[in-house]
Design a binder for this molecule. Structure first.
Ligand SMILES: [Zn+2]
Ligand SMILES: [Zn+2]
Length: 175
């Protein structure tokens, strides 16, 4: 995704609009979550020269399928995120977040990959209160009341030391 800024360098006051359709890698594994793109990622916006660096701003559109992180049901996602990033011709330690460009072209690919990583949730959920899968029989607890007994939680089991203490107290009372 190369944005040619030759004209902006010639007439710095202008605004350069852009529109890209970018085929992202088929499975994104940025945070261990597998997604499949349903359409190219779109980037549209404008680029302006700010006396020393370029500002690239606009919207990124994403359409992909993934699975709910709790119940594994398939999800179809349509998302749009805003961005504003800066591109400079050389590194400047005061602005470590700027992307670099060479010649008259800004390569927006790294920026797009970073934006995707930044905006992917740690896990997708079909709904906030998804009940997930039954750990015993695997049924989707959003749709099935499987009736399995809740799994024993070790933390809620009787503390053997508490039982012992109770016995000792009984003995003391008998004495
Ligand atoms: Zn779910
Ligand atoms: Zn069950």
């Amino acid at each position: 995704m190369l944005l040619d800024v030759t004209n902006l360098l010639r007439s710095p006051g202008e605004t350069l609009p852009f529109h890209f359709e970018w085929t992202a890698s088929q499975c994104w594994d940025g945070l261990g979550e597998e997604i499949t793109w349903e359409a190219p990622v779109t980037l549209q916006g404008e680029c302006v020269w700010m006396d020393g660096f370029f500002v690239v701003r606009g919207e990124m559109g994403m359409a992909y399928t993934t699975r709910c992180g709790r119940c594994l049901s398939p999800l179809s996602m349509r998302r749009c995120v805003d961005f504003r990033e800066e591109f400079a011709p050389r590194e400047d330690e005061d602005f470590p977040d700027r992307y670099l460009y060479r010649g008259h072209q800004l390569d927006l690919t790294d920026m797009a990959e970073d934006l995707i990583s930044l905006h992917m949730p740690m896990r997708h959920l079909c709904k906030e209160d998804c009940k997930g899968l039954c750990p015993v029989c695997g049924a989707n607890r959003n749709t099935t009341a499987c009736g399995c007994a809740p799994q024993e939680d070790p933390a809620s089991q009787k503390n053997p030391f508490a039982v012992l203490r109770a016995l000792q107290t009984d003995e003391d009372e008998e004495v």
